[in-house]
Design a protein around this ligand. Sequence first.
Ligand SMILES: [Fe+2]
Ligand SMILES: [Fe+2]
Length: 261
Amino acid sequence: MTTLRTLGLAVLSAAEPADKLAAVRQMASAWDEGALEIGAPLPAVPDRPARPHSPVLMPPKHMPKRTYAGKAGRIALIHALAHIEFNAIDLACDIVCRQWDADMPREFYGDWVEVAREEADHFDLLLDLLRSLDTQYGDLPAHDGLWQAAEKTAHDLLARLAIVPMTLEARGLDTTPSGIEKLRRNNDPITADALEIIYRDEIKHVAAGVRWFSYLTKAKALEPEDHYHEMLARYFPGGLKEPFNHDARALAGMPVSWYCF
Ligand SMILES: [Fe+2]
Ligand SMILES: [Fe+2]
């Protein structure tokens, strides 16, 4: 039987970019029809989603530093962002597919279907930019940091929400506005405009993290701020980095005391 979870698994199992995009859109349009069941827990959710042969994955510290100037710098930046969005598609689908230690309402699943759909749109937008620069996803190496965060938190939904949307995606909110400014200064309005679209959507993704983290801590009679700090200490020992984008974090519903402490 086709369920949200079997359609999510089809996304995780698709290796090639075009196939993964098609699978997300199939899942999202089936969900939009309104009658799709979440479905029984799957016998297994892959620890690692299917990946194309390229890009070659390297440790994060071996990746070149981002630059915002020149054609090569522009390609490297867009390629790095495309890789993040490709992973983000799978991260949203992994939340949908996995059997967590909590009963979550239908709206929870709807939020992550919407996140997956937007990550697919972001990836597609960046693929178009790469094509306009005569290159494609896979032509450069990429790093595996995002999926490592997923593997560390695969056993605990509160840990996953704390680390992936509320920490890693929130970090994107902190860094993106200055990146957009640098691109505009370097006369690259096309990439800057793409990043503006992504930035606006990412506020919603952080908000979904905060909303469901708050819901689930309440359901488990945990204090959300203390529990977020505990999750950071356990899974993100390097700590959060300033400067913070207070406006965007406030729009996402994250109280200042959660990240300034
Ligand atoms: Fe995204
Ligand atoms: Fe996102």
